[in-house]
Design a protein. Structure first.
Lengths: 343, 343, 343, 343
C-alpha cells in the first residue's frame, strides 16, 4: 500500500500524524533509505534446508527477531486498534509492545490477546504517579518488560500536526473518559527532567526488565548498562522528533561495540523488508522493531492486514537466510554486509 | 512560502534580485543543502526542562544566536522595508544589521526602532568619504558594531539582474533623493583596492567593534585577528558573488580552529531551521546570520511576517537543544554532529 | 529496445519473469549501473590497427570473451527459443550455455546448432537422478562444460511473478510433456542441502569441466579451487535472488585476487556494452556472461535479433581496445580503469 | 541557448553530430558536470582593481587562456563556418585552432582572418602524404602550431550518427570538390598505426611547435615530453570517442604533476563558464580549449554569436579573479579549489 492510499484511508489529519515526521522529514525519509545503503554479500553451498530465524531476547528464545513497535492511538488507524496489532503479533509469534498512548487499556489488550508476548511502553510523565500506576498495571496484567522511551523529553517539531490540529480521543491510559486532546497537550504531560538516576531507580522498582528506547550514542549505551537496563532500542523515534537525526542503522555499530553483549540491542526505523532485519542482525543487533509497516497493515486490513505484514517480513528473513548461505540467524556477522556501492 | 509565491509577490525583477544568485546558482542552492549534509547525534536522559539558547557575542550575552543579515533595498520587498525587519529583530531579541544599501536612513531606523541591538553594514566605497560619513552617522545613532563586507570588491555575476535590468530607487544612504540606479551602477561605487591595511586602519578609527563579513579561508581568518577585527562572518554572500564557491558551513571548521576564540565567528548562508543553527554552534560558531528567510517573511507579512520567521527559528533551536540532550547552547560540541550518511 | 517495448512484446507475465528481479529490484537496477561506476583511462599512440579480443577459456582460445548466459524458458520470449540464442552464439562465435530449465531439449539444441561451443547449466535437484541424467545427456550430446548454479538453493523473492502467477509450459528437460508449472513449483525441485562436498563429487564424476555460477566472496572462490572447479561465475543471478546483493563487478576484484589464476573467472550482471566487458577483463576476469541483453534481442527478432546484440557487443569491445590503446584484450590491466568520479 | 533550440536550428542529423557523444553519452554529460565537482575557496582583501588573465602559451603571452578547439565541418552549423569562429577568435584575442576536417580551406581562413593567432589541427591519415601536405600548407599560410589529435586512431562509437547517417559535404582539405561522405567514410581515412615514433618524427619535421591533443595519462604525458611535443591537451575528445572515459579535469592533476612544466598543458571538455577556466589554471593548466560552447554561439549567430560566447567567458574569468582575491591568473594555485562537498 503506498502512501497515497494510506492518506485516503485515514484522512489528512490522522495520516499526517501516522505517516509524518519532524521538520522537513529528511530523517523520516532516510530511515527507509538507510537500510539500502548496506549491500549483502552472500555465501553459497551451505545446507540451508532448515533455517532458523530465532534470536534470544531478554533471555528467552524467540522464533524470529520482529517486535511490534509501540505506536500511539491505533484506533485512529483502524477500528481494531491495539487489539488488531496485538492479535497480529500473536498470530505471528512477534513480541508486542503496547504504547502508553494506547487507545485500548492495557488490561483489555491482555484479556483479549492473552497469548502474545507483551511489553509495555512507558513515557515518564510529570505526574510520576501516572507512570507508577501504569507500571503496576502493566506488570499485573502480564506485560513482561517495560520499554521506556527516552528520546521524548518534549514533543518533536511536527509540522503536519501543527497544520492539521490532529486531536486524540482515546488515550485511555492517560485520560480515561476525557475530552479530545491535541498532540501538543499530550506532549506537555511528558517530564523533561528525567535523568539516568531516575532510570536506575525505575529499573530497581519495576519488577520486570527495562528497555530504553531512543539511544543513538555509544556513551549513552554504556550508561544504559550502568543503569541496569536489560536492553536498548537504537532509534530516532521514527524520524518524528528532531529532523536530520542519524538513523538507527547508522548509529548501530558503535552502540553494539560499546555494550559488548551486556544488554540486548534492538534497532528500529524504516525496516520494510526481511533482509533489512538480516542486516541488523549481521551488524550485531539482537532484534528489530517494526512500526509504521505494521500500522499500514492495520489501517488496510485490521488484525489480518497487520499479520500479513509480519508474515511477509518473517518469510523474507527466512528467504534471506537461505540465500545468504547462513541458515541460522545467530550466525549472521558483519562479513555478510558491506557499504552499498550504489548511490 | 515557496519561491513561486515569492515571485508573485515581488514581481520578476525584484524576485530575481532577492532570490537569485551568481552564475548557474549552484552555490545558491547548495547553501541551503549544505546544512543537511550534517546529521545530528542526540544524547538522552539529560534534564532539559530549562533550555538556554544564549550565546556571547561581542562580549555581551544574547538570548539566542540569530542575527538578521544585512540586506539591501528592503522597501522593494515590502513597504515596511528596513523598519519591518528591524522591528522584527526587536520583537524577537535578535541583533539587527542594517545594510549600507538601505532604503531607510540609518537615523530613521534608529529613531523608529530604538530598542533593537543594531549593527551597521558597510561597503568600502571608492569615495572613502562616503564610508567615513556612514561610519560616523552609524556610531552616532547608536549602531554598536560595523559589519564590513569584504567579499564584494566588484559585483557578482548575476544573470537574473542582467536580464531584468533591476533598478533601485531608494538607496538613501548612498544616493539621497537621486535617480533610480541599476545594481551595476551601484556596484561600480565599490572600491576594489581595499586591503588588510585599510581594514586595520578602519578598525582603529571606527570607535566601535568591527566584523568582517565574507571570510572563507583559515589564513584570512588569521589575518582578521591580526587586523583587530572583533568578529568575522563565514559567508559566501548568499551565493550571489562567485558561483561554485564553498558554503559557509563547509568552510567553518578550519576557520574556527584557526582563530581559537580570539574573535567571534558567525556563519551564514542557507540557514532555514533552528537545528541548522544548532549545527553551526556545535561546529564552533558563536552566532548565525539569517538573511533570505527573514526577507521572505518581510515580503509576505511585513514586520509581523519577518518576526514570525525569527520566532520559529528561535523555537526550533530551543526544541533542538531539548532533543539533543544539550540544554545549554554553549555546551554544543562536535560530538552532536556527524557527516550525514544520506546522499 | 526499451523495457516498455519488451513488455508489449512479451505480455505482463512473461515480461515480469524475464525483466523482473527480487524485492524492490535495487540489485536488478544496480547491475546495470555498476559498470558505469568505473571510468576508463585510455592510453594513446599505440598501433591499434590489429585488435585481438581473444581470451583463453577452459584452456581454449576464444575469439572474444562473450558467453551467452543460461536463461530459462526461452520459448516464452520468442518462438525460436533456445535454438535462436544458440544459433546467435554460433553466428558470433560466442560460447552458449543452455539452461537446465530449457524449453528445447539439450539433444535438439545439439542437433540443430551443432557448431556452437555449448556448455550446460545445471541446478542440483532434490531428485539427484534428474541431475545425474541431465549431466550424462549433456555430455553425450557434446556439451563441453557444466555450469552449476550455486546461488539458487531456494527461489528468490520475486514479486512480479507472485502477482502475475507466471507459469511455464515447456521445461522439457525437467518435465517432458507435463502440465504447466508455476515458477514456485519449479523452484521447489531445487535441493537446498547441496554443499561443497557435493560439488567436489560432481567435479569428479562429471567427465567435463565444472564451473560454479553465483560466487560473490573470495572465501567461496578459494573453496571452488579446492573443490576442483575449472571456473567460477561472479554473479548475483541477475538480481533475481536476494535484493540489495552486491553486483558482480563490485565483488570481482577480491575474487580475482584470491584465485590467482588457479581457475577461470567469469562475471555477469548488467553487461550491456562492449566497454563493460573491457572493464571486466581489465579487473582480471577471463570472460563475461550476457543474459538479458541477448534475451531482449531474441524477443525482438529471434535468432537474428539475438545475434545482432552479440555482434554489437563484439564490435564495441573491438572499438574499446582501439580507443584504450590496448589492442590485445589480454593486456588490459587495472591501470585502464578507475573509480568513476561522477555520481 | 539550450540543446533543444540548437536542435531546431541545425536539424537532427547535424545536431546529432555536433551535440552527440559516444555510447550512452555518460562522458559527454560528465564533461560539463566535472567542473562543478570542484568548489572555489576565495581569498579576500586583496587589491583586485587591476586583473590580469594572461597566460604564457608556447612561449608567448596571451591576454587570456581561451583557445577555440578544433571542430569539424563548421559550415554545417552556420554559413559563416570556420570564418565565423576564426573571426570570433580574432575579435576576442583567442587562439584559433582550425580542424583538418575544415569546410573552409586553411588558406582561405588565413586570408580572410589574417590577424588571429592560428594553430592547425591534424589527424595522421593512412595516406601520410595528405598529412604532410596539410602540414606544409598550414605552415606556409601562417599557422603557428600543429595540434595533432592522438585519441582518434579509429572513429568513436556514436549512435546518433549511425542512426542519422549524417554526411559531410565540405571537408575541403581532405576531399576538395568531392562527393558527400559519411562520417564513417571519413573516419576510415585515419591511420590507426601511429605511434610515439611517428610523433617524434613529425615533431622534428614540422618546423612549428607540436601539441598532442587527447592525452589522459601521466605516463603518456611523460612520453609527450620525450617526443619533443611543445604541449598537450588533456582531453577525451568531447566525450565523442569512448564512453565512460575520464573527463579532462579529472585526469589533469597527475598529468600536470608528471610534466612539471616541461611542456604546456591545456585541458578541454565541458568548459562553459569563466570560473571553469579559473579552476583549470588553479590545478596547473596553462590554457583551456573551448569547443561546443563556441559552436553553439556560431550556430546561433555566426561570427557575432561565437564572439559573444568568448567575450562572456573572458569576462567571467576576469570576475572570478576579482572575487577569488587573485588578480593575476598566473597566481592561481590549488589552494583556491577543493573537491565540492555537494553531490
Amino acid at each position: 500500500m503506498d502512501d497515497e492510499d494510506l492518506r485516503e484511508l485515514l484522512g489528512d489529519a490522522a495520516h499526517g500524524y501516522f505517516a509524518g515526521g519532524a521538520g522537513d522529514e529528511i530523517t523520516l525519509r532516510d530511515n527507509m533509505a538507510s537500510w539500502s545503503r548496506l549491500a549483502l554479500h552472500p555465501r553459497v553451498l551451505v545446507d540451508v534446508s532448515r533455517r532458523d530465524s530465532s534470536v534470544e531476547l531478554l533471555g528467552r528464545r524467540r522464533p524470529h527477531p520482529f517486535v511490534v513497535a509501540p505506536m500511539a492511538y491505533q484506533r485512529h488507524a483502524h477500528a481494531d486498534g491495539e487489539l488488531g496489532t496485538a492479535g497480529a503479533a500473536a498470530d505471528t509469534d512477534a513480541v508486542y509492545v503496547l504504547s502508553s498512548q494506547t487507545t485500548t487499556s492495557p488490561a483489555d489488550v491482555a484479556a483479549a490477546v492473552p497469548d502474545v508476548d507483551r511489553w509495555f511502553q512507558l513515557y515518564v510523565f510529570k505526574d510520576r504517579q501516572i507512570s507508577r500506576d501504569l507500571v503496576t498495571a502493566a506488570r499485573e496484567t502480564g506485560y513482561e518488560a517495560l520499554v521506556v522511551t527516552v528520546d521524548f523529553p518534549i514533543g518533536g517539531w511536527r509540522e503536519r500536526d501543527r497544520r492539521s490540529g490532529f486531536t486524540v480521543e482515546h488515550p485511555v491510559a492517560l485520560n480515561p473518559g476525557g475530552r479530545a486532546l491535541t498532540t501538543a497537550e499530550l506532549f506537555a504531560l511528558h517530564d523533561p527532567t528525567v535523568t539516568w538516576d531516575d532510570i536506575g531507580q525505575l529499573a530497581d522498582e519495576a519488577g520486570i526488565p527495562l528497555l530504553l528506547k531512543g539511544i543513538l550514542r555509544a556513551d549513552d549505551a554504556e550508561r544504559a548498562v550502568d543503569a541496569g537496563a536489560a536492553g536498548i532500542v537504537v532509534s530516532n523515534h521514527g524520524g518524528r522528533q528532531l529532523d536530520t537525526t542519524l538513523s538507527g542503522v547508522d548509529a548501530l555499530v558503535p552502540v553494539v561495540d560499546a555494550v559488548q553483549g551486556r544488554l540486548d540491542v534492538l534497532v528500529d526505523g524504516g525496516i520494510r523488508r526481511g533482509w533489512d532485519a538480516a542486516k541488523a542482525l549481521a551488524l550485531g543487533a539482537d532484534a528489530v522493531m517494526v512500526g509504521r509497516a505494521v500500522l499500514a497493515g492495520l489501517a488496510r486490513g485490521g488484525r489480518t492486514g497487520a499479520a500479513d505484514v509480519l508474515t511477509q517480513l518473517v518469510a523474507e528473513l527466512d528467504t534471506s537466510l537461505a540465500l545468504l548461505g547462513c541458515p541460522n540467524a545467530r550466525d549472521l556477522d558483519r562479513s555478510f554486509v558491506t557499504p552499498a556501492p550504489w548511490p
